[in-house]
Design a protein around this ligand. Structure first.
Ligand code: ADP
Length: 371
């Protein structure tokens, strides 16, 4: 194989996979190797002990901003002008280190960050025949991480004063030593409501940023009973429903089996759907939660007799910050994040979520849970 100029060489990759390059099986090994090397999204760059490039795949060229149609084979590593590679290789050789993991900024303004792993490439006799770089573009991950940590700091900074404001308002309302007239009492309730909304917004924004970063959030899967979960959620909204004269009903059949799921996150989904069902209903309506088992899937329904959703908006309401003008003024408005979070949770759990609705009649939100 012209590119390698090696005899029966086993190349070991960072993830413990290896490829044997054997001149007697040139065609098939070459094909296999090229297939493997070109189909990986990770960049691969192999150089010999003289630092001459033996192989570089297209992913590596793209990540490093090189033209894909240029070969680079035979060029010295120094000529590629990737300072972090030569620096790491120098350091590895000087300190007799066999393996280096690094994140480097190719742009110097954080618009092109790569993570790379550098290690000895050995032959089948365990002799070092060169160096292998495995690289990945980590710019997006880094930017997400920066955003998330900024958001975490900001939310903490905002939450602390919000909580003390909430305690102060609660104290004034609870104590109400008779000094508050109805107008003042009303104003304080409005303030309390807004503080709670801001608190919810902070929690939602943090959740969203975690989901977008792909952080595994369905971690604590426990045996879960839907009847129990729905009872718990409905109970937490009884006061709110009563204030709007809305009947709540748990219609989940006892035959629905328990399943392994993240209770907290499913409770979050149910809470959002139930709260919306109450919020988007006029006084005197009703809301029920029902479910049926279809093969290995539980299909859950949250049905309300509310204002309904126009058919053109049935999909878009699951998008971030999407709010319709179907809001009954008697409730406190959110920020249009609840349904997009619910969608992320359900999909991460292997299910689907959707809605059917008729204007001025009501809406039914469906979601599925695999059992
Ligand atoms: P919000 O905080 O605005 O309720 P959501 O993401 O939970 O955010 O919902 C997005 C939008 O979908 C709402 O603003 C509302 O217009 C519509 N919506 C959600 N649930 C219902 C429902 N049960 N009935 C009518 N409209 C609804």
């Amino acid at each position: 194989m012209e590119q390698f100029k090696l005899n029966a060489t086993r190349i070991q990759f960072a993830d413990d996979t290896d490829v044997v390059i054997n001149p007697t099986e040139l065609t098939s090994e070459k094909e296999r190797f090229e297939l493997l090397a070109s189909s990986t999204l990770d960049g691969l760059l192999l150089c010999d002990s003289e630092r001459k490039v033996l192989f570089i795949n297209n992913s590596a060229k793209r990540i490093l901003g090189f033209p894909v149609d240029k070969s680079f084979v035979g060029e010295s590593l120094e000529n590629l002008n990737v300072q972090c590679f030569t620096d790491s290789l120098n350091a590895a050789q000087e300190n007799n280190i066999h393996e280096v993991n690094k994140v480097a900024d190719l742009s110097e303004n954080h618009t092109k960050l790569i993570g790379f792993h550098l290690e000895f490439a050995r032959n089948s006799r365990n002799e070092q025949i060169g160096w292998l770089f495995v690289l990945r573009d980590v710019t997006q991950n880094w930017q997400n991480e920066q955003m998330r940590s900024a958001l975490t700091v900001a939310s903490h900074e905002i939450k602390t004063p919000l909580n003390s404001m909430l305690s102060a308002v609660d104290l004034l309302l609870d104590l109400d030593l008779g000094g508050l007239n109805p107008k003042q009492n009303h104003c304080l309730r409005v303030v309390k409501d807004d503080i709670q909304r801001l608190n919810r917004l902070l929690v939602d924004l943090l959740d969203l940023s975690r989901f977008e970063e792909g952080i595994q959030f369905l971690e604590r899967r426990r045996q879960t009973s839907l009847v129990f979960l729905v009872n718990k959620v409905l109970d937490s909204f009884r006061t709110f429903a009563k204030s709007k004269n809305i009947q709540l009903e748990n219609k989940i059949p006892k035959s629905i089996p328990t399943f392994k799921g993240d209770r907290d996150r499913l409770q979050q989904v149910l809470s959002n759907l139930v709260e919306n069902g109450i919020k988007y209903s006029m006084p005197g309506g009703s809301l029920s939660v029902d479910a049926e088992l279809q093969d290995t899937i539980i299909k859950c329904r949250v049905n309300d007799t509310g204002v309904g959703i126009p058919s053109s908006d049935l999909q878009v309401i699951f998008e971030k910050f999407k709010q319709l003008d179907n809001f009954p003024s008697s409730s406190s408005r959110g920020y249009g994040l609840g349904l997009s979070i619910a969608k992320q949770i359900i999909e991460a759990n292997g299910g689907k979520i959707w809605v059917e609705s008729e204007l001025h009649v009501g809406s039914t939100f469906f979601f599925t849970i695999p059992v």
